[in-house]
Design a protein around this ligand. Structure first.
Ligand code: TPP
Ligand code: MG
Length: 561
């Protein structure tokens, strides 16, 4: 199908000074305007024209080794920047990325999936074109299940509007979206002039006023009010508003593990990470005994609630999210989370008694190596805690990497990235690519199990190619330790790799083998000093060694089998 000639959608500028806008060009312009400077993926013939356009645009293409890794990278990028994007070919690429996009959906990370597909002109008589699974629409139908909005841009009359609708949904709901362009429409132009749309719909002013009134009265009357802040505060960039509200009213704040680091953990109002019975007892007590709990952007998952050991009484809760607002048993519609927080802040709540929260140590306790002592998970995390600086971001894979990380002290906010709800193995190393591109000034500390590393760790190749310098700590406990505590069997073993030799294969990087506390100390010093490329520490642990948090969790899960 030839590109249609149409008037410029960009307003009054004369046609001669701009190339005519096309579906592909408009998509790239909108993504860039929305803060996307990098796109992750692997090309293929159905998406090559768009790749060429991206290469010639201000957006940088980041070539990965696998499409699911590109999904993890785009997810991490979205968590840091507010919107991420992967660009893959039809089915062989797109279907491979399903798991990581599903994870982004589950954890509210706005990732745009861009994919090509056979041209509309090629589909006549339903030929067996390569990469087709069942119908031409199979990939679209699969993605409908794991995205909040999706479209096939197969008609220039609707394509521009569809791009606006789908991208707006990603921003509104902080969930992945899907856009497919048949390859012969990438260069098609608009049929009628088109303008980019305005922002999010406003709150209903009456509902907002009433909700703020009710919440403010409850908080003012409470003796032990506090805030539980979760992941949406991060996704919607509301950290400053949260702090202004909490500081103005003197409200203590706990976070969940998924929301860990929405507030700097050294802040005097920070109580700790709440995880029901899995977390620190004094934090659980404090949250569960609150007579008015202001839950902001909370996501009530089993992991966040310590496998549902949390005891939160709805009649004492104000539960505000981007999708819903419940105050005790009242429901309010069309009240935006940002407006609600700002409304409460503007009420200048004065609590009767300013509350001083009980606190764990604000800084990591001292750690002195017992030189020949074999490494344990508990001692490893205690040592990692000491090296966290202002300029570091922690990316934890699942398993003991995640549970051990819960007790790390985050000095800066929004520096902890982990798939703490969907818990898909293999997230962390590719996520370091996304976070590194999104925020090159912050060095990543990647904590990853040997099992998870064997899934996607070779994304270190991309890290080497683009000159990123994360410190990757592999917890080499010879297999699936998390599962050993639930049900042991030889299925939990993996073939042991010499992880520290990977730099030799890649031709760059610093690899170090660690068996003792003395070796760990020296290795971390060397890794910190080695800034020109990545460092990889192969830390040997006993297969049955585990952090205290993992021990508690495994006991609970085993009871459910
Ligand atoms: C993609 C994926 N496959 C399987 C699982 C199930 N699973 C949960 S924990 C785990 C073991 C993780 O092993 P490792 O990465 O070495 O971490 P460890 O438990 O040893 O700390 C497995 C296989 C999963 N969560 N994700
Ligand atoms: Mg392991």
């Amino acid at each position: 199908m030839p590109p249609s000639i149409a008037p410029s959608p960009l307003g009054d500028a004369p046609q001669a000074t701009r190339p005519p806008i096309t579906i592909g060009g408009y998509l790239i312009d909108r993504l860039h305007a929305m803060g996307v400077d990098h796109v992750f993926g692997i090309p293929g013939d159905y998406i090559l024209t768009l790749y060429k356009m991206l290469e010639e645009s201000p957006i940088e293409l980041v070539g990965m080794t696998r499409e699911d890794s590109a999904g993890f990278a785009a997810d991490a990028y979205a968590r840091v920047r507010g919107l991420g994007c992967l660009c893959v070919t039809y089915c062989v690429g797109g279907l491979s990325a399903c798991n990581s996009v599903a994870g982004a959906y589950a954890e509210k990370s706005p990732v745009v999936v861009l994919t090509g597909s056979p041209g509309m002109g090629e589909r006549v008589k339903n030929p067996l074109l390569h990469h087709k699974v069942k119908d031409f629409s199979t990939q679209f139908e699969v993605y409908e299940k794991i995205t909040v909005a999706s479209a096939v841009l197969d008609d220039p009359l609707t394509a521009f509007h569809e791009i606006d609708r789908v991208l707006a949904a990603a921003v509104r709901y902080k969930r992945p979206v899907y856009l497919e362009i048949p390859r012969d429409l990438v260069l098609a132009g608009p049929v009628v002039p088109h303008r980019a749309p305005a922002g999010l719909p406003p709150s209903d002013p009456d509902a907002l006023r009433e909700a703020v009134e009710e919440a403010a009265n409850l908080l003012a009357a409470a003796k032990r009010p506090m805030i539980l802040a979760d992941v949406e505060i991060h996704r919607f960039g509301l950290q400053d508003e949260l702090l202004a509200l909490a500081e103005g009213a003197g409200l203590p704040i706990a976070t969940t593990i998924l929301g860990k680091s929405v507030i700097a953990e050294g802040h005097p109002l920070f109580v700790g990470v709440y995880e029901g019975a899995m977390g620190r007892a004094e934090v659980a007590e404090r949250v569960e005994e609150a007579d008015c709990l202001l839950m902001l952007g909370c996501f009530l998952t089993d992991i966040n609630l310590g496998i549902f050991t949390a005891k939160l009484d709805p009649s004492r809760c104000i539960d505000a999210t981007s999708e819903d607002l419940r105050i005790r048993h009242h429901h309010y519609r069309d009240v935006r989370l940002d407006d609600f927080i700002a409304g409460l802040r503007d009420r200048r709540l004065q609590l009767a008694r300013p509350l001083v929260p009980p606190k764990g140590p604000a800084v990591a306790p001292a750690w002195v190596a017992v030189p020949d002592a074999p490494m344990t998970s508990a001692r490893l995390f205690a040592r990692l805690d000491r090296m966290l600086g202002e300029d570091m971001v922690v990316i934890a894979d699942i398993g003991d990497s995640l549970f051990g990380s819960a007790d790390l002290h985050m000095t800066r906010r929004t520096e902890f990235i982990s798939p703490a709800y969907y818990t898909s193995m293999g997230f962390a190393v590719p996520a370091a690519v996304g976070a590194g591109m999104a925020q090159p000034e912050h060095r990543a500390l990647v904590i990853v199990g040997d099992g998870a590393f064997q899934m996607t760790g070779m994304e270190l190749s991309t890290i080497a190619r683009y000159g990123l310098n994360p410190i990757v700590v592999v917890l080499n406990n010879k297999g699936y330790t998390t599962e050993r505590f639930i049900l042991e069997g030889s299925f939990n073993d993996v073939h042991e790799w010499k992880f520290h030799k990977i730099p030799e294969v890649l031709g760059t990087g610093l690899g170090i083998e660690v068996r003792t506390e003395g070796e760990l100390d020296a290795a971390l010093e060397a890794a910190l000093a080695h800034t020109s490329s990545f460092s990889l520490l192969n830390v040997h642990l006993d297969p049955m060694d585990r952090s205290p948090a993992l021990e508690r969790l495994a006991t609970k899960l085993a009871g459910r089998l």
